[in-house]
Design a protein around this ligand. Structure first.
Ligand SMILES: NC(=O)c1ccc[n+]([C@@H]2O[C@H](COP(=O)([O-])OP(=O)(O)OC[C@H]3O[C@@H](n4cnc5c(N)ncnc54)[C@H](OP(=O)(O)O)[C@@H]3O)[C@@H](O)[C@H]2O)c1
Length: 225
C-alpha cells in the first residue's frame, strides 16, 4: 500500500486528495490545524498530525513525528490568498501571512520530509498556481499571492537542483471551486483532484528525468515558469 503525506488537508483540494487517495486504498497521513479537521480526516481513515505550517516552531516537529516513514508521495497543499492588486502595497501583516503560509511553510516542512520521500524514491509536489508563472503574467491582480507562488516555484527548483533521488514538481490544480477559488471557478474539486491524481500516476510510472523540477497543469500539460 503506497503512502501519501498531505500537508494542509483540512478542506478544499487537500481534503479531496485525502479522500480520493483513501478511496484508492492508499495509506494517507494528513496534516491539519484544528481538532474538528482532525476528526473529519480521521473518519476518512487518515492518520492525522496537527501542524500550523505558517509557524516554524510547529513545523519543526514534523521530522520526529514522521520518523522512519517512507513516503511515496508528499503534497504541499496549504495556501492562502490575498486579492489586492499591484501597485497597492501589502501591509506587513498581509505579507507575513501569505509568505509564511505559502513559502516559509514549504521551506520549513519539505526539508524535513525529503529523506522520507528519498527513502521511497518518491515524488514531492507543491500545489502552485499559474498565477505564479512569470511568463504568463498579464495582470497584476492578487500580486502578493502571485509573488508567493513564484517564490514557491523557486523552492521547487532549488530542492530539485540538490536532489537526484526524488522528483520535485510544481502543479497548478486549475481554477477550482473551493473556499479560495469560489463558486464561479471552472473545475469542481472532485474533477481537479481526480485529474491531479491521474497526472501524478502517469508521471510516477514513466520515471522520466525530464519531469524533475517541472511545472505541470493538473492535466499533465507543461506550464512555463
Ligand atoms: N482553488 C483554486 O482555484 C486554486 C488555484 C491555484 C492554486 N491553488 C492552490 O491550491 C492549494 C489548495 O487550495 P484550496 O483551493 O484547497 O484552498 P482552500 O480551500 O482555501 O484551503 C486552504 C487549505 O490550506 C490550509 N492552510 C492555510 N493556512 C495554513 C497553515 N498556516 N497551516 C496549515 N494549513 C494551512 C487550510 O487549513 P485551515 O482549514 O486550517 O485554514 C486549508 O486546508 C493552495 O496552495 C492554493 O494556493 C488553488
Amino acid at each position: 500500500m503506497p503512502t501519501v503525506l498531505i500537508l494542509g488537508a483540512s478542506r478544499g483540494i487537500g481534503y479531496e486528495l485525502a479522500s480520493q487517495y483513501r478511496q484508492a486504498q492508499w495509506r494517507v497521513i494528513a496534516t491539519v490545524r484544528d481538532d474538528d479537521a482532525k476528526k473529519r480526516l480521521t473518519s476518512l481513515g487518515c492518520e492525522v498530525l496537527q501542524v500550523d505550517l505558517a509557524q516554524a516552531s510547529s513545523c519543526s516537529g514534523l521530522a520526529w513525528q514522521l520518523d522512519g516513514e517512507k513516503l511515496d508521495l508528499a503534497i504541499y497543499c496549504a495556501g492562502v490568498m490575498d486579492r489586492a492588486s499591484a501597485p497597492q502595497p501589502p501591509t506587513q501583516e498581509a505579507f507575513d501571512h501569505v509568505m509564511h503560509t505559502n513559502v516559509m511553510g514549504a521551506m520549513q516542512a519539505l526539508p524535513q520530509i525529503l529523506p522520507m520521500v528519498e527513502a521511497a524514491r518518491g515524488t514531492l509536489v507543491c500545489l502552485s498556481s499559474v498565477m505564479g508563472s512569470l511568463q504568463e503574467t498579464g495582470r497584476g491582480n492578487a500580486w502578493l499571492y502571485r509573488v508567493s507562488k513564484a517564490a514557491l516555484n523557486m523552492v521547487v527548483r532549488c530542492l530539485q537542483a540538490e536532489q537526484t533521488r526524488v522528483t520535485v514538481l510544481a502543479m497548478h490544480p486549475g481554477w477550482v471551486q473551493t473556499d479560495m477559488g469560489g463558486a464561479a471557478a471552472t473545475l469542481t474539486v472532485t474533477d481537479s483532484v481526480s485529474s491531479i491524481r491521474q497526472s501524478l500516476e502517469r508521471i510516477r510510472a514513466r520515471a522520466d528525468s525530464k519531469d524533475r523540477g517541472a511545472f505541470f497543469n493538473h492535466d499533465g500539460a507543461s506550464l512555463s515558469w
